[in-house]
Ligand binder design. Structure first.
Ligand code: MTE
Length: 389
């Protein structure tokens, strides 16, 4: 197995706090999910896996290269025993089986899932947390019933303002249970679904089997995996993973500074962003190498709830920008492939840059705003390129 462990080893989750089924699942078996063996491993237990630079080169990401992020040991879900509880401010609380959910009208859409911390490793000064580079993002085609249908079927009370989602994973050691609240306006949006399939197949266990929330355009933390309960509530959850984590300063903070809790707000839709996949990597100290000939530069661009309308590439550090060609797949919540034919004018060193603009007129900043938790990195990417004659 080709595993690149480039940070930490096993995360210390107290074994005593882990349920027996989990121990049975992990003891004596490879900890990394089968098929994910080319991923960069930030943690192997619970798995936090990043797609290697340059490997995200297709519109739909094969499961083998789809990034993984989980705060707690992955639960083992028995399909026959599993039920989805729909409760709280509803007139007909229910416990739905997978079969019942499969019989509701299914809605299908491609959507890009990005961890709010993707790119954290690029912030200066350094911010604690997983040092993701650019591979904590992936795209799949998801299908399942609309959340609105599930809630309306249960007799949703119009006064409920949020729904809270809990998954089958449970708090362990110092890490509390993972519960997230989603405002009702997003829950009832026709594109918000409880996915039962990913790229046309049942969702793999590591990505939330049998049902995970798809909150198109919003940060990955909202996309709860292994969902076991949906509770309609009058206010958002007060637990750590909603009340404290995944918050962003309402106003810019000086790099290295702090923000009080009341100066922070919950991250919702993700910003506009683009990356190179060819070349996938290259820094000033370790530039990507090119021959002196016409070459194809390519990559991805996405923007939360907006479409990508323009991608520009520069080969001179951002003095002169040229339009890249956009890929044919053009969906509201999914990334767009782009490519650009580049003929270097001569041998030497170049700084390649890419920037995207979305349908709301937003474009990328030169430098993403530093923030205490290192979220929403979307600086214009700069790649060193050495052209040899
Ligand atoms: N759902 C549960 N139940 N537990 C988790 O730890 N992690 C969230 C989200 N859903 C998480 C979860 C975070 S932070 C991210 S970025 C995405 O799942 C990652 O989804 P993936 O592992 O399928 O890529």
């Amino acid at each position: 197995m080709k595993l690149s462990v480039f940070r930490s080893g096993r995360r210390q989750v107290l074994a005593s706090a882990i349920g027996l089924p989990l121990l049975a699942q992990t003891q004596g078996k490879p900890l990394v999910f089968p098929g994910k063996d080319s991923m960069l491993v930030h943690n192997d237990f619970p798995e936090d896996l990043e797609a290697p630079p340059g490997s995200l080169d297709s519109f739909l990401t094969p499961v083998e290269r789809f990034f993984v992020r989980q705060h707690l040991p992955r639960p083992r879900v028995d399909e026959g025993q599993w039920r989805l509880a729909v409760r709280g401010m509803v007139s007909r609380p229910s416990a739905l089986t997978l079969d019942e959910l499969s019989k509701l009208a299914q809605h299908k859409l491609p959507a890009t899932l990005e961890c709010a911390g993707n790119g954290r490793g690029y912030f200066h000064p350094r911010v604690p947390g997983l040092q993701w580079t650019k591979g904590a993002v992936s795209t799949a085609e998801w299908a399942g019933p609309r959340l609105a249908d599930i809630l309306e079927r249960a007799g949703l009370d119009a006064k409920a303002t949020y729904a809270s989602f809990d998954g089958a994973d449970v708090g362990a050691g110092q890490t509390p249970d993972f519960v997230r609240s989603i405002p009702m306006r997003k829950c009832l949006h026709p594109d918000t679904i409880l996915a039962l399939t990913m790229n046309g197949k049942p969702i793999p266990p590591i990505h939330g089997f049998p049902a995970r929330l798809i909150v198109p355009g919003w940060d990955g933390a909202s996309w709860v995996k292994w969902v076991t309960s949906i509770t309609a509530v009058p206010e958002a959850d007060k637990g750590f993973f909603f009340a404290t984590a995944y918050k962003y300063p309402k106003r810019p903070v000086a790099p290295g500074g702090a923000a009080k809790p009341e100066e922070m707000e919950t991250i919702e839709a993700m910003p506009v962003k683009s990356v190179f996949t060819r070349p996938g990597a290259g820094t000033p100290a370790s530039p990507a190498k090119f021959r002196l000939e016409r070459t194809t530069l390519s990559g991805l661009a996405w923007s939360g709830e907006n479409r990508i309308v323009r991608v520009e590439v520069s080969a001179d550090g951002g003095s002169r920008w040229l339009d890249a060609t956009l890929g044919k797949e053009d969906y509201r919540y999914a990334w767009r492939l782009w490519h650009h034919e580049w003929t270097p004018p001569g041998a030497g060193y170049y700084t390649l840059c890419v920037r995207a603009t979305d349908s709301a007129g937003r474009t990328q900043p030169i430098e993403a705003a530093w923030n205490p938790s290192g979220y929403l990195w979307n600086s214009i990417e700069r790649i060193g390129a050495l052209v040899e004659a």
